[in-house]
Each structure stands twice: as structure tokens, then as C-alpha cells.
Design a protein around this ligand. Sequence first.
Ligand code: SF4
Length: 363
Amino acid sequence: MSYIGSQFQKLDFFNLSRQSLAVFIAENYDAPRYAADNIFKWIYRKGIYDFSLMTDLSQTLREKISESFYFGQREYLKREISADGTRKYLIKLGEEEYVEAVMIKQPARMTLCVSSQIGCGMGCSFCRTATMGLKRNLTTSEIIRQVLVVIDDAKHFNDMFTNIVFMGMGEPLHNLRNVAEAVAILTDNFAFSIAPRKITVSTVGLVPAIKKFGETVNANIAISLNATTDEIRSKIMPVNKSFPLEKLLHTLREFPVNKRRKITIEYVMLSGVNDTEDDLKRLPKLLHGIQVKVNLIPYNDNADLGFATPEREYVHYWREVLVNAGLDVTIRWSKGRDISAACGQLAYNRLNMPVKGGMPAEA
Ligand code: SF4
């Protein structure tokens, strides 16, 4: 709880994991730990957002927590549906602040792609979100509410996501604390109860944060690699200047994985830039000794970013060569392109940002 002047300010309930809530109510109300378990069940399992109806809590505790917490809004402003069934949600967070979440329809599953920041500061030159720059980190509540909005709307389509990926707007590991708290809520058996192996958090390769993620977060990690030389990677992903390939790959070699949970290597194929025959030879060598699966992502033609999509047959050729080199490889074809919901296309139009990008002349 905090005070602004004499104004008492309530806390957004969705910001707290069950563990954080237990600490809060113990310290402030001397309440037992199991009370946090009960509150989580009422809210996330039963959808009851009124503390006064939580009959297994004491009357005093019900009154106190009603005074302490509010529930952030859980509605979308706009929903677009692609011809392929993918749905994109525009969610308003504050004055002129919006974020997008995407429900990606695939043959055997549905994947919910959530955002972790408004905009992004990583500056990848093939990504539309980068053109917005970083506005701010999302709170844990703003991440959780994307999930709640989509769950609520899924009733109208009689479907539900099977996986969650942190691959929307933003660099999740640049907002690790709030993302970690959100993952704790998503995997909590008293809340969403999503298996950790069904959640994947993607990063451009922030080395110190990858180490911390491995030690503290129970979810899969995906590395957006996208090049086999420092020269090209630094040109398309400025983060490589701080954390070059050798440092990144060394960190991945030490990352804790088990047999069922491999590190995903994402490789956005930019025709003629990072998909040469030399790249194809180098990639398996770079990944040697790391427990990975490779996800080839043919670039989505984004307006004016200055890159081109490789031919379909050429993408299949890459896959074949990498499989023959002993790698586990999948191809992620675009979904939701007609509504700008595909990978690297998220950026709400309201900002009307001038689109820049392409290969910079200087790294
Ligand atoms: S690809 Fe990801 S990390 Fe890079 S600019 Fe886009 S949103 Fe940020």
C-alpha cells in the first residue's frame, strides 16, 4: 500500500504472485499463508473478483483486502481476425498507451503471444516494433491481463490456447522482474496452472539476464539468433555489440536444460543477408554441444523495412541440410499477416510512427 499526499492508493491485484500476496497479507494483516491460496483460487479459478464474496476468509480480512486492492481492467479495445483464424487484440493500458496480444491459430494447437513492453529498445532492424522505440516496461498485471482478456474472449470461439510465448512487443528479459512474476502466476496451480514447458520466453540475447532467468524462472527460453557472424548480427541486432556470439553461445552452453526442454534457437531468414550457403555451414558448428531445437522463420515482408522473404523451396532446403547435420528443426510460417499480427509486425498504428529500418551502412 502507498500514499500519495493524503490520497490512499490501492494496489493492482494482478501484480502479485501468490507468494508475494502471502507475504503482503502476513506483514500487513497478520493473515495466515493459506489465505493467499484461497484468494488466488477465488480469483483465478472461479473468476470471482469481489473480495466480500470470499466466504472462506474472515470478515476482517475480506474488508482489509477490499481496501488494499483493485482489479485492473480486462477488456480489449479492438480485435482483428485474420483469414487464417489468428486473432489480434489491441488493449488499452493508459492514456495513449496500448499493447497487442495475438492468438495464433495452428493446425494442432493455439499459441498465445503476449507483449512484455510498450515498444522495444533493442532496435532489431527487421522488426516493426523497433520503430516505436521503448516507451516503458509492462507491469506484471498488464501481462497477466492480456492473458485474461484472451481467455475471456476465447469463449466466443470455443477454443483456448495451448501454449504461451513471450514474443510480442518488447524484449522480455529487459523486463525480467515483471515477466518472472507473471510466469510464476501463469504456472501456479492455484491460478492458471499452465505447465512450464508450455511457456516460452524469447530474448535477443541479454547475457546476464539469461543467466538469471535460468536460475530463477521455470519456463523455456528462446534465443533470437538470426546470424552466424558478429558482422551481420551486429548490423541487424545492435545488442550483439554488447553481447557478441561467442559470449552468447558460451552462456547457452552453461544454461540449465533437461532432455525434454531444449533451448529454442530462432532464426529469422532475411533473403541474401543471413541465409547464405556459408551461414548454413556455420550454423550447426556454432550450435554444436548445445541442446537446441532450431526454429526457422522466413521473414515477414514488412512495409519498407528493407528486407526480403526467401523462397519457400530455399527455406525447405535449409531445413533439410540442418536436419542432416543432426539438428531438430521446424519452420514457422507466418500467421496473421493480413492483420499485421505476424512475427515482427506488432506496432500499433495509432502512433503513426515513421517506419525506418533496413541494413544500416555501418554496424
Ligand atoms: S525483434 Fe524483439 S527484441 Fe528485436 S526490436 Fe523487435 S520486439 Fe524488440
